[in-house]
Design a protein around this ligand. Structure first.
Ligand SMILES: [Zn+2]
Length: 320
């Protein structure tokens, strides 16, 4: 496992080196046009905004409305944690007016923003009170090479109240980047924050009277949801869904699940449910989907996915 991981890290390093070389060449050849496009970054009167992953893309589209053209770096259905950027995507960062990202989710994005859009990055993690990373013990193998691990849990969009704070701040950032449309950004940010506040209220009410509070999840994405609604998350793997749990970790989760009389082991859409299924069989539970909303939900959006999560949680925890 570790050697596989190191190999991937080395490949990622080589890829970045190549991208940097290509960009250096591009910028050297066309520095005039790159510079003039930089501050405004507008397309047909719309301001260019780049969003690193789905929740931020949803937020940028809601708050930006008709005044922005949003480019998402993570394609639908792609698990965002291990995203690699293409040279074209990296070059696009040179021209965009604002890059919304969450430092710590996607190392390739963190690095590209630092190198190519440091003055236009909007790190949502800097906007809220983050929670410490309480990961399983095993998944940080290779951390020294990784070099991008952060001390906090980056999955902050799973608490709608924190995400509302991000919406408000994003409205302010967009207003500053495109002052001509400032009022529109502020109005839509207020509306989005209100929608997120309403969702927060539904979750708080819906999860206030439950027989159990323990949720067993595929990867530890739900720390903020657990924190906000007083649940306890037991993540099979840690903050990174690629990290395979050790047999010791699995045995521990099985033991705790039995003690807590867990009825449901949660799986995700983008992660193989195999481990969760084996665990469910072992503890006599069933499986159900809890969506970390890291990618666009099929036929829905952030709000509908979170409401489905509420329904799934109420069933698993026997809430009244
Ligand atoms: Zn995640």
């Amino acid at each position: 496992m570790v050697s596989d991981f190191s190999r991937r890290m080395r490949m990622r390093g080589a890829g970045l080196l190549a991208i940097t070389t290509v960009l250096a060449t591009t910028v050297a050849c066309g520095s005039g046009s790159a510079d003039s496009a930089r501050p405004g970054g507008a397309q047909g009167g719309r301001t260019d905004v780049t969003a690193a992953m789905y929740p931020l893309q949803w937020l940028a589209e809601r708050v930006g409305g008709p005044d922005v053209a949003v480019t998402g770096l993570t394609k639908p259905g792609v698990e965002p944690h291990d995203l690699e950027l293409t040279p074209i995507q990296v070059a696009g960062l040179e021209k965009t007016s604002l890059v919304a990202y969450i430092k710590g989710v996607q190392p390739a994005v963190d690095e590209a923003v630092e190198q190519h859009a440091a003055d236009r990055g909007f790190d949502a993690a800097a906007a809220v009170r983050t929670l410490p990373a309480v990961a399983g013990e095993e998944e940080h193998a290779g951390e020294e090479e990784h070099g991008h691990e952060v001390a906090y849990d980056p999955h902050l969009w799973l608490d709608p109240s924190r995400f509302a704070t991000v919406a408000t701040l994003l409205g302010e950032k967009l207003a500053a980047a495109d002052p001509a449309h400032a009022q529109g950004y502020k109005d839509r940010a207020a509306k989005t924050a209100a929608d997120l506040g309403a969702l927060d209220g539904e979750l708080a009410r819906g999860l206030s009277k439950c027989a159990s509070t323990a949720i067993v999840t595929s990867h530890g994405a739900f720390g903020y949801l657990a924190d906000r609604y007083k649940l306890r998350q037991i993540g099979i793997s840690g903050l990174d869904p690629d990290a395979e749990p050790s047999p010791a970790r699995l045995a521990e989760v099985a033991k705790v699940s039995k003690q807590e009389k867990v009825t449901t082991i949660f799986t995700e859409t983008l992660v193989s449910p195999k481990v969760a299924e084996v665990l469910a069989q072992e503890v006599g539970a069933k499986t159900a989907v809890l969506d970390p909303v890291e990618s666009q939900p099929a036929g829905g959006d952030y709000l509908s996915a979170m409401r489905q999560n509420l329904t799934a949680l109420q069933a698993a925890l026997s809430c009244s």
